[in-house]
Design a protein around this ligand. Structure first.
Ligand SMILES: [Fe+2]
Length: 145
């Protein structure tokens, strides 16, 4: 169970930092279809915020403590944050796709570990996350063609 909790806490920290990173993209994206992309990025960070809470609460249900401070999020997270610059629509979408792929890989790792532990509730939760990431990755790939 320890590896699973470690992975889940890593994911909580990453989702927290992604929430900020996607606000950065939402604010600083520039170029054609600005409004659509701006609104789309908001949809993504709203979803990260829900997932962040969902995973932390699942850690509690498993009798452990979720990471719950910004200090720990920055220490644990592998997400590289962005500076204060304009970012073109295409570049913003490429960043979004890379982050979604990273989060998908994290959810898959947790799913595998939860499966080893017969924790089918977490398995189901992670399968929902992967399905949601797949859909957004498809949206972005279609937009970038
Ligand atoms: Fe906004």
């Amino acid at each position: 169970m320890n590896t699973q909790i470690t992975l889940m806490n890593q994911y909580v920290a990453d989702l927290s930092v992604e929430n900020v990173k996607f606000h950065n993209l939402h604010w600083n994206v520039v170029g054609p279809n600005f409004e659509q992309v701006h609104v789309y990025l908001e949809k993504l960070y709203d979803d990260f915020f829900l997932k962040f809470d969902e995973v932390a609460e699942r850690v509690k249900m498993l009798g452990e403590f979720p990471v719950a401070s910004t200090k720990e999020y920055l220490e644990l997270s592998n997400v590289n944050e962005l500076g204060n610059d304009d970012i073109k629509v295409e570049d913003a979408m490429k960043v979004a796709k890379e982050e979604l792929e990273y989060l998908k890989a994290s959810a898959l790792k947790i799913r595998e570990e939860a499966d080893n532990n017969d924790d089918f509730v977490t398995v189901a939760l992670m399968e929902d996350h992967v399905a949601a990431y797949d859909k957004e990755i498809w949206f972005i790939e279609s937009a970038l063609k």
